[in-house]
Write a protein that binds this ligand. Structure first.
Ligand code: KG4
Ligand code: ZN
Length: 347
């Protein structure tokens, strides 16, 4: 059988994404972001995001078809994010996908957004080994996964017990007076700072925490530590060295993300570590992972930064894998699942 031609729709947060793939070949990946509409609120406003998805869906779909030079009648299946994400935002993508599946008489696959963040690397680096560890770092989630078959065998080893890594970036950026979303801004500002200037805490790395939380993360204590440090400087009438704070905060996040990901590889006996999600675009995280995986002979798989943030191609390529595995399509009656568990690949 030739590789399946899949249309993928993503709308779980503030990006309306439509991607088209043939197997592992990327044909189109159009994204319309509503991020500008959320900037003044310092975070995504769900209702605003839903409306923006509604307005962007059809034009983004058209652009993707033009870019890929594909007629909708040609696609083999429609894949869509079923969860996790913002309920109102998910419903827009899911409704669009259902309408297309019904009108075109194509199978519908409601898929897990988090698994899509892992699957997207297939577009850049081909099939996965039999088993690997995956570090998923986004604005809403931070977890360490054991990945066997990407369509059916995903186990969560650990996850954040409070804030997600991206959320910590966004909150720290806000308290430093930097723009939203904070991740890319801190990444840039930190390049001019000293990562060793301030020693911020590494959450859940003390020996007593490792007993119960070996593969879990915690970033809320770090966020509080940064906030206290900045407040103390301001109270004392001292200037806040923003670049040093940003670099030291970033070092604390990346140090602990990396250390636990390497530990997971060793625990699993996995020789491959894959990273995904918006924070996987971070330059320091990528560099530190490269350094530490190389030192241990672990192969690091990093999708290009443009595929790390939310997009439709990640859903399309996961759809292609699911179709190739012969998994039954979802019912047209499926609902959005805002808290969809990572172990559930297809709704
Ligand atoms: O995966 P994603 O696009 O959406 C979710 O599923 O959450 O991730 C968005 C998050 C935001 O918190 C953003 O600040 C962060 O990814 N992010 C970054 C970078 N680019 C995006 N964090 C650190 N460094 C970056 N370069
Ligand atoms: Zn995401």
């Amino acid at each position: 059988m030739s590789e399946p031609l899949i249309l993928g729709i993503e709308s779980s947060c503030d990006e309306t994404g439509v991607g088209i793939v043939r197997g592992h070949e990327l044909l189109a990946n159009e994204v319309a972001s509503s991020v500008e509409e959320h900037v003044r609120f310092g975070g995504v406003v769900p209702e605003v995001a839903s409306r923006a998805h509604l307005q962007a869906m059809v034009p983004t779909l058209r652009r993707a078809c033009e870019k890929a030079d594909v007629d909708l009648a040609e696609v083999d299946a429609i894949a869509v994010t079923a969860g996790p994400g913002l309920m109102g935002a998910l419903v827009v993508g899911l409704s669009a996908a259902k309408a297309l599946a019904l009108a075109l008489n194509k199978p519908l696959y409601g898929l897990n957004h988090l698994v899509g963040h892992v699957a997207v690397d297939l577009l850049d680096h081909g099939p996965l080994p039999q088993r690997c560890a995956a570090l998923l770092v986004s604005g809403g989630h931070t977890s360490l996964l054991q990945v066997g078959d990407i369509t059916s065998d995903i186990t969560e080893l650990g996850a954040t017990i409070d804030d997600a890594a991206g959320e910590a970036y966004d909150k720290v950026a806000r308290l430093l007076g930097l723009a939203y979303p904070g991740g890319p801004v801190i990444d840039r500002v930190a390049a001019n700072g000293d990562p060793a200037a301030i020693s911020f805490p590494r959450g859940l790395t003390a020996a007593k925490d490792l007993v119960r939380h070996r593969f879990d993360y915690s970033f809320s204590g770090l966020k509080t530590a940064v906030s206290r440090w900045v407040e103390t400087r301001q109270r004392d009438g001292e200037p806040v060295p923003v670049a040093d704070v940003a670099a030291s905060f970033q070092e604390a996040v990346c140090d602990v993300l990396t250390a636990k990901a390497i530990d997971a590889c060793e625990y699993l006996g996995a020789d491959t570590l894959l990273i995904g999600g918006g924070v996987a675009a971070n330059s320091r995280l990528r560099a530190l992972l490269e350094e530490r995986t190389a030192a241990r002979g672990i192969t690091l798989r990093r999708p290009r930064p443009g595929l790390c943030t939310d997009n439709g191609a990640m859903i399309a390529v996961l759809g292609a894998e699911v179709v190739k595995a012969g998994i039954a399509p979802s019912a047209l009656t499926i609902g959005a699942d805002s808290g969809m568990n990572v172990a559930r690949v297809v709704a």
